[in-house]
Design a protein around this ligand. Structure first.
Ligand code: FIX
Ligand code: ZN
Length: 443
């Protein structure tokens, strides 16, 4: 059926987007206004004090930009790490924004933030930009960024073995309700020998060799931290050679402590797979790389644990298609995000189209992974654009196949993608209705 035939077959006031132009307008308007639940970030609520990062010096010291600096500057690693944060930011601004055109995703991001805030994107130094940020109050600036980025809820990454945040959790302070916790298991699952003394210091009877008491104490540790943080899920990043089952501390702890705890508390486990940590240690946090992983491992976990739920993302582009196929087989698997090195327009576009073709709307297209509050301003703007293009093309294909969609249907689909699928998966309740671009959440 052609577009003209659909025109003839439907009345004018049925709310259908009958032609490509009308469809494009509806998709763009709906996606631009859609509130987001950002299901994986490294942001912190204001109650976490200095962990709550914002402003130009933090933005420029993002590890993505530090890696790019060393492609353009001759400064040595030692000298760079010896500079103050302000000096590092000055150097990055000069090398990546003044002496060259900021074309990479991470540099364009800083430009988009400055532009959104009405600041000079061609400044030759940071004096005025710093003055602007100095004049902001943290509270008002947070409200402004959340409003401008249309992010209504943020999920943090919370390490129960990191003293810089455990003191806040142990205090009676009320954490801003726009921020949710996610309990991170990296130390426990990936560096057990580091975790042991830290857990012992918190009063748990664990030891390097995994015995029954260590398992039951790890479960007690997780139970206590779940009670304290009330996380939406438990999460871990894993290397590309991750396998399961395996006779290692990670394999044993995963099988005998983490998965039973997830079941008992009805919590999902988030697996972020494919990172090769510190392939260039001199770059510190900017020195991580990636490798192709084995998606069959996840399929196996899903098959063996039908009563557990997994949120899964892979870092390698080569794993994306296999992840979609695994998700078609296991409805306890929810693919999410275009993680880190995949968070670029060309790759988000490819992955999102592939996911729509194989999974319809039953996936979570993106998370920001923001580390600095202001990054919400560009990461979501960039992602919204690409996701809108992918959705528009799908609806346009559907129109050519003979079915027009209504604006309500576009809103229903976008709500699932930007918040609903995640909220439902973690038991936050489905977004209820959309009234003039506002999604009302049930408690
Ligand atoms: O493990 C993670 O959660 C990663 O996202 C980070 O470790 C990484 O440094 C990052 O910021 C990626 O965007
Ligand atoms: Zn992350």
């Amino acid at each position: 059926m052609t577009t003209t035939q659909i025109d003839d077959a439907t009345s004018k006031d049925d709310g259908l987007a009958r032609d490509a132009r009308e469809l494009r307008r509806h998709v763009d308007e709906v996606i631009a206004a859609m509130p987001v639940t950002d299901m994986h970030t490294h942001l912190y609520a204001p109650q976490f004090g200095e962990l709550n990062l914002w402003g130009i010096d933090e933005l420029l010291n993002y590890h993505y930009l530090i890696a790019e600096l060393f492609r353009s500057s001759t400064i040595t690693y030692e000298k760079f790490w010896g500079l103050s944060k302000t000096q590092q930011a000055d150097l990055i601004w000069r090398a990546l924004f003044v002496e060259q055109t900021p074309l990479s995703e991470a540099t364009r991001g800083v430009i988009a933030v400055l532009s959104t805030l009405g600041l000079n994107t061609r400044a030759t130094d940071l004096r005025e930009t710093r003055e602007f940020f100095r004049a902001q109050s943290a509270e008002d600036y947070l409200a402004r960024v959340l409003k401008l980025s249309r992010v209504s809820e943020v999920v943090m990454t919370n390490d129960p073995l990191d003293e810089s945040e455990t003191c806040t959790w142990k205090s009676e302070v009320k954490v801003d309700t726009r921020f949710h916790a996610a309990l991170r298991l990296d130390r426990i699952l990936n560096s057990w020998t580091d975790a042991v003394p830290k857990m012992s210091a918190q009063g748990y009877q664990v030891q390097s060799e995994i015995d029954e008491r260590t398992i039951s104490e790890t479960r007690r540790f997780l139970d206590d931290w779940i009670a304290r943080m009330k996380p939406l899920y438990l999460g871990v990043s894993l290397p590309d050679d991750f396998t399961y089952p395996e006779d290692t501390p990670r394999g044993r702890l995963l099988r005998d402590a983490v998965l039973p705890v997830c079941r008992e508390h009805d919590l999902s486990l988030s697996l972020m797979i494919g990172v090769r940590r510190r392939i260039n240690p001199a770059l510190r946090m900017a020195g991580d790389g990636l490798g192709r992983a084995d998606v069959n491992v996840v399929a196996h976990l899903c098959a063996e644990n039908p009563d557990a739920r997994f949120l899964v993302t892979f870092l390698s582009r080569e794993n994306q298609h296999e992840l979609c196929v695994a998700a078609r087989k296991f409805n306890n698997l929810m693919p999410f995000g275009c993680w880190w090195f995949l968070n670029n327009a060309s790759i988000i576009s490819e992955i999102t189209r592939e996911r729509i073709e194989l999974l319809g709307t039953s996936f979570i297209p993106q998370h920001s992974d923001a580390r600095v509050l202001d990054q919400l301003l560009y990461k979501w703007t960039h992602s919204r654009r690409v996701i809108a293009d992918a959705l528009y093309e799908s609806y346009e294909g559907l129109l050519r196949d003979g079915r027009a969609v209504t604006r309500r249907e576009i809103e229903r689909d976008a709500t699932k993608l930007f918040s609903g699928n995640f909220r439902q998966w973690v038991g936050l309740g489905a977004p209820e209705t959309i009234e003039s671009g506002t999604v009302m959440h049930t408690a």
